[in-house]
Design a protein around this ligand. Sequence first.
Ligand code: MN
Length: 210
Amino acid sequence: MSHELPALPYAYDALEPHIDEATMRIHHDKHHAGYTAKLNDAIKDTKFACTPLAVMLSGLDRIPEDIRGAIRNNGGGYVNHSLFWDTLSPDGGGEPTGNLATEIDAAFGCFADFKEKFNTAAATRFGSGWAWLVLKDCSSLVVYSTPNQDSPFITGDTPLLGLDVWEHAYYLKYQNRRPDYIEAFWNVVNWARVSERLVGARTDLDMTSY
Ligand code: MN
């Protein structure tokens, strides 16, 4: 079994003007495709060919050393980008509702404070990486950033919402203005999907979806 590059759930230009078409084409068709191909190459003909990525990433110390780095980087890149496309939408933006809103308020005080914390995580990640909203220990919502393509699954957390802050994610349109890209991101967040992911994380469905 090999992992397939998921199709974007919207057109390449659907997130304009917040995320531009040229960036989406290169990001999905080249970068995400590249992680997918390298991941498949690493696990081909190994006993991990059918192991869910969330399982592999949360137990990296049990992966043979010769493919551990490839799983961490390319497996991480695969799941991170799969989640990223899935939690964006041309009809996104605004604020979460329902249970997710209640839990964000409980964890961070209010939506504005959550957003500020997430923005700081995204802006202060030195070099390449991601900002995350995760479910920790199946109980609490937490914000942090990770370097490179490190997935929250590595530390046993379930990613709910992620923002790619590698330069390849924004440089064509925003150049060095990462804060402008971060602010634009909020206009295309698919809160309905993030809510579904929170429910899935609690019922473990998420752990098998990759
Ligand atoms: Mn990326």
